[in-house]
Write a protein that binds this ligand. Sequence first.
Ligand SMILES: [Zn+2]
Length: 127
Amino acid sequence: MSWSQPSEGQPASSGRRTAAESGHPAWCDRSRCTADPASQVDGYRPGVGGAHRSAPIRLDLTTVTALAPQIGEAYLTRAVAPWPCETYLHIQHGDSDIAMAVRDASPLLSALRLLTTEAEAESGWSW
Ligand SMILES: [Zn+2]
């Protein structure tokens, strides 16, 4: 499995304002964002706050044995409520959508990276 950035041709910073200025996390893709902080001003109203959402990244799974479909997506979301909310990493593959808090995903991804780095070093292959 490899991770790749989405569509080329879009500048990485394309005039983005900082999160503090815009109210959106830096990773939020405004075209996918449904966040409506104004809906929460008078207190929590479940189901109407929307969520910030990142652009998906394409997961090329063509090298994974016996797995179909061979393309997946990963993206971030963060719900909107009057209190701070967790940011979640979603990994979609076929009908499956795995979601985990970024704070839980980060150590897992670091452990996987360490594991594969050790295997690459042992193989003597350089990429
Ligand atoms: Zn947003």
